[in-house]
Structures are given as C-alpha cells and as structure tokens.
Design a protein around this ligand. Structure first.
Ligand code: GTP
Length: 303
C-alpha cells in the first residue's frame, strides 16, 4: 500500500512541479530553492519506491523457496484468503501460535507466511496466509500481488475469511471471489472453498440471529471468532473433512519416458506402490481431487 501511496505522491509532485513552472512564467529551469526541494523530494520518493520494489521481489523469492521445500514434503496446503482486515492474521496466529504481526493496517501481511498445523485426523497440513485483498488494487501492485497468490492456486483447500460484521461484507466477498476467479483458484478444477464468517463476537441481537440462520442454511460456512477462538475447532474439522474426502488412491500407468509426470506425482502425491511392467510402471498414488484434475490436465490430456 505504501508503494501505491508513494507513486501517487510522486505523481502529485510532478503536477505541483508543472504548476510552479507555469507560475514562473516560462523562465524555464533556473534553479532555486523551490526547484531543489522538489527534486530532492522526488528523489527521496523514488528511492523509497525502489526499496519497496526490492522488498516485494524478496517476498516472491521467499515464496519460491517455500514451494521448493513443500514439493519435497507433499502435505496438503490450506490457504487463507480474505479482504484486508477480515482477520486472517489473527486466525493464522491462533492456529499456529506464530508471532506474526496482526495489525489494523492495510497489507500487514504483505510478507506471506506458511506454517505447519495439526488437523484432526490428518498427519500434517500447511497453513498459508496471504496478503489482504482490496478493491481497485493499484496497477503497480497487481503483479506483486499475483505472485503472492500463487500459493492459493495450488492450495488443496481455500478458507475465505470474511468480516461478517462489516457493512460492506457482501461487496468485499465479491471482490475476493473475483480475484480468485481471475487467478484460476475458484470454480471448476479449483480447490474446495470454505467461508469462515469471522468476528461473530461483534454481532448481537437481530443481526446476529439473521447471520446465524443464514450460515446454518449454507453449506461450507462456519461462523467463528478468530479473536476469542470461538468455533475455530469446527472450522478445522471442516477443512480436514475437505482434505480427506478429496484424497484417494488412484492407479496411474506411465511409460518410463514420462519423467516429468513421474516427478510431479512424487512431489504432489503420496506414492503407496509401484509395479514395473516392461517399459511402463503402474503407480498407486494418493491424490486429492484437485491434484488429480491438475495431473490429468497437465499430463494425460492430448493436445
Ligand atoms: P490484512 O493484513 O490487512 O490482510 O488483515 P487481516 O485479514 O490479516 O486482519 P487482522 O488479523 O490483522 O485483523 C484485523 C483487525 O480485526 C485486528 O484489529 C483484529 O484484532 C481484528 N479481529 C480479527 N478477528 C476478530 C474477531 O473475531 N473479532 C473481533 N472483534 N475482532 C477481530
């Protein structure tokens, strides 16, 4: 957010600069205190932006490392997404007891984090926190933003954290869903999605009852308070169920020449058996529905 703000400031300075020039009645670049100050300001802003860009690159690099590590240990990944301030960091901290900054700040989670968590009935899972979504994302940030969302695309379950007490909660949901669609993380072939309606502690009376009734009618909606921890265990059970139901053993026969496909299976699935028959090998591999769909698109569909 700071980057976008600085870009805006730089633009404004350019405008004031043009304005000053005009005021001077076309004498051109004569130098002088005003000019020097503006130049200095602009340089400072440019430097600050360069620094922020570097930080964004760092974030992207860190994520590639995370991914490389995960490919060696193929645990299911749960991605937390949500509008900014929805409570993702609070939930992430609660679930991982990690010391991640939870602040009432835009993009407090720009540096994305992943942690192992324990889920009921599952060996291990990785929880991935993402940057908060906002409306009308400044174009300068879109590229970096997308890079941080790569994790969401390959997640096995997506938890959409919503501030259900917010007056614009519905519009925020639409914004988030649109981004998920755009990056190909929602809809057909995408991971199953759970909506965590957060901050129920802020709702009471009629409004609270209305929300509660609506949540009950809807599948894949869990009411929680990330702050008090209320009902968070139900959310975890729901996520674990999604992961378990999708993951099943499949038989895949591949020729020895399909090195890339075999490597992919090793990285993304749990190979429980393999049987070599001539030039072909039959693999028994546990894959979630989403990964199975991904594998088929990538390696089994003829172009
Ligand atoms: P970004 O980093 O901007 O994406 O925000 P975030 O989604 O990570 O939100 P964060 O966890 O930082 O929470 C935002 C604010 O909401 C903080 O002040 C939290 O204390 C508060 N908050 C989070 N969960 C709850 C909740 O269940 N109830 C209440 N009352 N406040 C909450």
């Amino acid at each position: 957010m700071e980057l976008a703000h600085l870009d805006y400031q730089a633009g404004r300075l350019v405008r004031s600069w043009t304005h000053l020039e005009r005021q001077r009645g076309g004498f051109g670049f004569l130098g002088g205190p005003g000019e020097t100050q503006i130049e200095a300001d602009r340089r400072l802003i440019r430097d600050r932006m360069a620094k922020l860009r570097k930080e964004l690159e760092q974030v992207t690099r860190t994520r590639s490392l995370h991914r490389a590590r995960r490919q060696r240990a193929p645990w299911p990944v749960i991605a937390l997404v949500g509008y900014t301030n929805a409570g993702k960091s609070t939930l992430f901290n609660l679930l991982t007891k990690a010391d991640v900054m939870a602040e009432n700040l835009l993009f407090a989670t720009l540096d994305p984090t992943m942690r192992e968590i324990a889920l009921p009935g599952l060996d291990k899972a990785i929880l991935s926190d993402t940057v908060g979504f906002i409306s009308d994302l400044p174009t300068q940030l879109v590229a970096a933003f997308r890079a941080t969302l790569e994790e969401v695309i390959s997640a096995d379950v997506i938890i959409h954290v919503r501030d259900i007490s917010h007056p614009d909660s519905d519009a925020q949901r639409q914004d988030v869903e649109q981004v998920l669609q755009e990056i190909g993380a929602a809809g057909e072939g995408g991971a199953p999605l759970i909506e965590a309606w957060n901050k129920i502690d802020l709702l009471n009376g009629e409004e609270g009852e209305r929300v509660q009734a609506e949540a009950q009618r809807r599948e894949d909606v869990v009411l929680i308070s990330a702050l008090s921890g209320d009902n968070v265990d139900a959310l975890l059970r729901c996520a674990a169920e999604k992961l378990r139901s999708g993951s099943r053993s499949r038989t895949i026969r591949l020729p020895a020449s399909a090195g890339e496909a075999i490597a992919w299976l090793h990285a993304n699935g749990e190979i429980t058996g393999q049987n070599r028959e001539g030039v072909e090998t039959e693999f028994e591999v546990r894959l979630s529905d989403a990964d199975w769909a991904r594998f088929q698109t990538r390696y089994l569909s003829e172009a």
